[in-house]
Write a protein that binds this ligand. Structure first.
Ligand SMILES: NC(=O)c1ccc[n+]([C@@H]2O[C@H](COP(=O)([O-])OP(=O)(O)OC[C@H]3O[C@@H](n4cnc5c(N)ncnc54)[C@H](O)[C@@H]3O)[C@@H](O)[C@H]2O)c1
Ligand SMILES: [Zn+2]
Length: 352
């Protein structure tokens, strides 16, 4: 097992290793204590791991309550959020009890926002069950729900008290859900770690524990320096400005990981056209996305994308920050004028 300690506004451990769910009750009790554990999960994950987790929680002395959402991004909404808060109240959860997210990024974001706001904040545990949640959404404290007018528009920075990442669960994921997470892993390689990027072109699945802890460590370091995203943390949004626009335009039928993959390809294409990075950087990225079964062709026009992106909360005043690679392992923040966005995106859509 590997432990990554995160030093943010809260200090907490991310535990990464095999069969950790079998020890979850013990870990959670020693991190937060409490009497009642309210587990939030979705209707796919509940059939796989809920009973196992509940048994461990009861074994550690917890009373348990369960809230199950329908799987998928469409559940990350205000209606489900309010129902969840009501469920916590009906379960008589107090500020010394704990909310546990058992699931992917959708469950984690929703449960985290509920934990942040129920009674002004209760202890919170993340048990990520997708690769994407393990390497990204379960760490760093961003929680959110989507609004009609855009993704993640209501949320809070709220760090968990412990993250338990069972790599045995990740190993059993379907290739499609696994590859969604690969998009975020490739993102870490692009923004901060060329060695990780190269490792991904070899058979790396046997080293899952190593890869997850490397990604979490990169995120930990960035979050420690810029927890509330005033600057450097924006690097983690590489591929996301355009990725979120794709998710939105597709009505969320394109998954987050796939949208980010296309977003990274386009943002890198823009950087090549703006002479911020070389052609070979684009070529290496496309080859790696291809190898992991991820898409890189854009189904939407620059005009549609710009319109959708400007609904995105990353717009600040008249400028918006795009993340651009200089080379594999290094990206920079590039502020662009909102009025120039469509033309800039068009650069990334035209082939050389
Ligand atoms: N908070 C953050 O910092 C952050 C970072 C990245 C992404 N996100 C958010 O995360 C969400 C995407 O996360 P995701 O890709 O995990 O999506 P998800 O939670 O929808 O999970 C993807 C699918 O896999 C299923 N699933 C989950 N675990 C499984 C398992 N062990 N076995 C089989 N199926 C399983 C789910 O039911 C779902 O159908 C988006 O809403 C995105 O905005 C948040
Ligand atoms: Zn993401």
């Amino acid at each position: 097992m590997k432990t990554v300690r995160v030093n943010a506004s809260k200090v907490y451990d991310v535990l990464i290793g095999n069969e950790l769910i079998d020890r979850a009750g013990k870990y959670i009790y020693s991190a937060v204590g409490g009497d009642t554990a309210a587990v939030v999960t979705d209707d796919i994950v509940s059939g796989l791991y809920l009973e196992q987790l509940l048994a461990m929680l009861r074994g550690a002395g917890y009373d348990t309550a369960v809230f199950t959402i329908k799987s998928g991004e469409a559940s990350k909404n205000a209606y489900t959020y309010i129902r969840l808060l009501d469920h916590l109240a009906e379960s008589k959860l107090t500020r010394s009890d704990v909310v546990i997210a058992l699931g992917g990024g959708v469950v984690g974001d929703l449960a985290g926002f509920a934990a942040a706001t129920y009674m002004r904040g209760v202890p919170f545990v993340q048990i990520p069950t997708t690769l994407l949640a393990a390497v990204d959404s379960s760490v760093g404290g961003k929680t959110a729900i989507d609004l009609e007018s855009g993704k993640n528009l209501a949320g809070a920075f709220y760090q968990p008290d412990i993250v338990i990442c069972d790599t045995t669960i990740l190993e059993r994921l379907s290739p499609r859900v696994f590859s969604d997470g690969c998009a975020e892993v490739i993102k870490y390689g692009m923004i901060a770690d060329d060695e990780l990027f190269r490792m991904l072109s070899t058979p790396w699945e046997p080293y899952l524990e190593e890869v997850v802890s490397r990604c979490v460590s990169i995120k930990r370091d960035i979050v420690r320096r810029d927890e509330f995203e005033n600057g450097e943390r924006k690097l983690l949004n590489f591929g996301h400005t355009i990725g979120h626009a794709i998710e939105q335009l597709s009505n969320f039928s394109v998954s987050h990981g796939r949208a980010v993959a296309i977003g990274m390809a386009v943002e890198t294409g823009i950087a090549v056209k703006m002479r911020m990075c070389g052609e070979e950087c684009y070529g290496e990225l496309i080859a790696l996305l291809h190898k992991h079964g991820l898409p890189y062709d854009m189904p939407y026009s620059a005009e549609e994308l710009a319109r959708a992106a400007l609904h995105d909360k990353k717009r600040k005043g008249e400028k918006l920050t795009l993340i651009m690679p200089r080379r594999v392992g290094k990206c920079i923040l590039n502020d662009v004028r909102v009025t120039d966005l469509e033309g800039i995106i068009a650069l990334g859509l035209t082939k050389n």
